[in-house]
Design a protein around this ligand. Structure first.
Ligand code: ADP
Length: 193
């Protein structure tokens, strides 16, 4: 299986769809948000640093994230492909990922872009706050995360376009189910080896 980069705003469904994709194709899953939350829970130095950024809706520094990503990638089973969920989030991170994979003779694979209206995203994240109690799912931090996404992450879509990797899936609120969205994504991934 090729690598997959799942890309979208907070609340667009990156984590949810990643789990389904992992179940179907048996690949590895790297969620940088989950890696950081595990560090916070374990009370490590990295966790303390991460908490300051996450609670403020800001991105961690690229150099730190790039090291974390490389270590996590090298700990995954070889040859099965990986879904990158939450990475890259900036152009320097994307350039670093490209270089890291090239060094290992691995392919970047495809980018799956999830496009969801911001009003829908806000409602989903406020609902997730009730269900999961994530510290960064409050209205003030969510709005900061949206701004960070628009300014620092969304421009990356063009970067992927230039790499010939971009595949866009638009969520049509009220017209689609989660399964419809997944089937559209599977139609792409089934063509990969
Ligand atoms: P969401 O996409 O809903 O914001 P994530 O779990 O992917 O949730 O990320 C939560 C937070 O973790 C981000 O707001 C950011 O502070 C931090 N983070 C995760 N991935 C990265 C990354 N690649 N670069 C910088 N910060 C990151």
């Amino acid at each position: 299986m090729k690598n997959v980069i799942i890309f979208g705003a907070p609340g667009s469904g990156k984590g949810t769809y990643s789990e389904e994709i992992v179940n179907r194709y048996g690949m590895g899953h790297i969620s940088t948000g989950d890696v950081l939350r595990a560090q916070i829970k374990a009370g490590t130095e990295l966790g303390k640093t991460a908490k300051n950024y996450i609670d403020n809706g800001q991105l961690l520094p690229d150099s730190l994230m790039i090291d974390i990503l490389a270590d996590t990638y090298d700990s995954m089973p070889a040859g099965k492909g990986v879904i990158f969920d939450g990475f890259p989030r900036t152009i320097p991170q994307a350039e670093a990922l490209k270089e890291m994979l090239a060094k290992r003779n691995h392919d970047m694979g495809v980018m799956v872009e999830l496009v969801v209206d911001e009003k829908v995203l806000l409602a989903r994240l406020l609902n997730r706050a009730i269900e999961q109690g994530r510290a960064d799912d409050n209205e003030e931090t969510i709005k900061k995360r949206f701004a960070v996404y628009r300014e620092q992450t969304a421009p990356l879509a063009e970067w992927f376009e230039k790499e010939g990797m971009r595949h866009t899936f638009v969520w049509k609120e009220g017209e689609m189910t989660k399964e419809d969205m997944l089937n559209n994504i599977y139609a792409l991934l089934d063509t990969l080896k």
